[in-house]
Design a protein around this ligand. Structure first.
Ligand SMILES: NC(=[NH2+])NCCC[C@H](N)C(=O)O
Length: 568
């Protein structure tokens, strides 16, 4: 039973007694002085039943009274407020501490594929990738925590026109000016190449494509590669490997885990049979030499353009590989739920793919969800840039966080945990769609809603528990009791954890967890100011409270992908 379900159950019978039909709704009380939980829909029900709202609320409150609540009262025009009995709070907290999952509500396990990161071969990782890695990894952990069977896939951008441009850049660098391009592409030349050099090849190829004639050549290279030209394939494979190695260096630092390191290219074998299938069933149609599929619904604007599946030159597009990948994920991996985590500028693309998949019957009974996020801004309110004016590079952002944290934390291992924690918490501590301002000094501060604040809180509680152990006063039975209003307040914050977890999973919103961690830590600091723990007459109850708080904050940070240290 969670705190919320207690009130819901009580309300349900109170509703029945009063002949009210609508399912009761309960939220956390915004004013703790009135109670822990609140129901505000009696007023609306009274209106439609033509009753006096305060009187009806009083009747509901009367019927909802039980031993679970110290008080059920009516406030204002008809709010019903519940105040949990202290014994219930203590018993719930005790049960939560004894439960390895901290009373998490488990879901019906579903095979879930989560597609996040989406880095591209030969292109530097930037601030948008930071968000996708951090949010995606946290969602991966949250969905695993509630019991889903999760597979994460990095979905490397390794296939479309960008690969033709890269190959063109390589030929240009090798001195090509005219004639057969491929004779200027030597796969062995990529043997010892760094990612930076690779990036420079892509950039020069991309700039060269401002010239229509060269762009046409890049398209030819793209199609040749997609048709399996052996030389281009070998060159491409080497470049892909160099990029992937450098990308996984970064994801290792960020502690983002991928079960599958697949890319757009992995869908290639699927493309031709899929197009045949769509044509055979009359779903794909020719349009000006290209092959398209009409789409609608999925939040698409009316008369959305059809999704382009094959260009007139035969090349497959971004949407084609996404559709083919989706089909594979459902058919071969058995995905019942597929989650895409990209910035909000891809909303139209992803909706188009979802719509095409549904029309084609590739997503029967499969939940498709797009997790979007907003922009990281600089202090000027514009998208965050690095000094040279280009989109901020992810490695530079990581370095900046690590330099700042090493100025604060002497131990180098702890400094890395703090720096990365600061970076990640800043990314997760606002609802993901909002975006945020990148302010490294604020992120790294140990005050306010920051990663370091939570990591310090966690370390401080651990040190209390360690001291208790050294002094031999670790309680034998872990029973929570309430000795002070501040202790009750922090326990209530802990009891909301299962609800936050469910909400985070339901809305695919790690902010719910970040906020829970902060609320618990904040209430803990008030408790610790008001209540001596080790010096209490009988420290065992308060130590148990500390233990639960450490477990909840530790679990939240783990779900956010943020590391902890026991000593700072
Ligand atoms: N399945 C997907 N489309 N995932 C997102 C991929 C992002 C893409 N590589 C880009 O940089 O824009």
């Amino acid at each position: 039973m969670s705190v919320k379900s207690a009130a819901l159950a009580a309300l349900a019978s109170a509703y029945e007694l009063n002949g009210l039909e609508a399912g009761p709704c309960v939220v956390r009380s915004a004013r703790p002085e009135f109670g822990d939980l609140q129901c505000s829909d009696v007023m609306r029900l009274a209106k439609s039943a033509g009753k006096n709202p305060r009187l009806l609320a009083a009747e509901v409150a009367e019927a909802a009274r039980s031993a679970l609540f110290e008080d059920v009262s009516v406030a204002g025009p008809g709010f019903v407020n519940f105040r949990l009995a202290d014994a219930v709070v203590a018993a719930e907290a005790t049960a939560m501490l004894a439960d390895p999952s901290l009373a998490a509500e488990k879901a019906d396990p579903m095979r879930t594929v989560i597609d996040f990161g989406g880095p591209n071969v030969a292109k530097a990782l930037h601030v948008g990738h930071l968000r996708s890695f951090v949010i995606g990894e946290s969602l991966r952990r949250i969905l695993l925590e509630i019991g889903h069977d999760v597979l994460s896939d990095i979905h490397l951008g390794d296939w479309g026109l960008q690969m033709g441009k890269l190959l063109l850049g390589a030929a240009l660098a090798a001195g090509w000016r005219a004639g057969d391009l491929t004779s200027f592409i030597n796969p062995l030349a990529f043997e010892a190449m760094t990612v930076e050099e690779l990036g420079a090849l892509y950039k020069s190829g991309n700039v060269a494509c401002e010239d229509e004639a060269l762009l046409a050549l890049a398209r030819i290279l793209t199609t040749k590669l997609q048709d399996g030209d052996p030389l281009l394939t070998e060159a491409w494979a080497r470049m892909r490997a160099i990029s992937l190695a450098s990308i996984t260096d970064t994801t290792d630092i960020l502690d983002a885990h991928f079960d599958l390191l697949q890319g757009e290219s992995d869908a290639h074998a699927e493309v031709a049979p899929m197009l045949d299938d769509l044509m055979a069933r009359g779903l794909a149609r020719q349009s000006e030499g290209a092959l398209v599929i009409d789409i609608s619904g999925d939040g698409l604007p009316d008369n959305a353009p059809p999704l382009l599946l094959r260009k007139s030159d035969g090349a497959a597009l971004y949407g084609t590989t996404d559709l083919a990948t989706l089909r594979q994920r459902v058919r071969d991996i058995g995905a019942r739920q597929i989650i895409y985590c990209t910035d909000d500028r891809q909303a139209l693309h992803i909706s188009s793919v979802f719509s095409a998949a549904r029309r084609a019957g590739y997503a029967e009974g499969v939940e498709l969800r797009h997790v979007t996020f907003g922009t990281v801004r600089g202090n000027d309110g514009k998208p965050f840039k690095t000094r040279d004016g280009s989109a901020a590079s992810l490695t530079e952002m990581i370095d900046l966080a690590l330099i700042k944290s090493s100025e604060k934390v002497a131990d180098s291992q702890a400094a890395a945990v703090v720096g990365l924690g600061a970076l990640k918490f800043a990314d997760l501590s606002a609802p993901r769609r909002t975006g945020y301002v990148f302010d490294i000094d604020k992120m790294i501060s140990s005050e306010g809603r920051t990663g370091p604040y939570l990591q310090y809180a966690y370390a401080r509680i651990c040190s209390i528990l360690d001291k208790a152990e050294e002094a031999g006063i670790t309680p034998a039975a872990e029973t929570v009791s309430i000795s002070h209003p501040s202790e009750r307040a922090v326990l209530i914050e802990c009891l909301w954890y299962p609800h936050s977890l469910s909400e985070a999973a339901r809305h695919l919103e790690p902010f719910e967890i970040a906020d829970r961690a902060y609320q618990v830590a904040d209430a803990f600091s008030r408790f610790y100011t008001d209540c001596p723990v080790l010096k209490a007459d009988d420290p065992s109850g308060r130590l148990t409270t500390c233990k639960l708080v450490a477990r909840v904050i530790g679990k939240c940070l783990e779900l956010l992908g943020i590391g902890t240290v026991r000593r700072m």
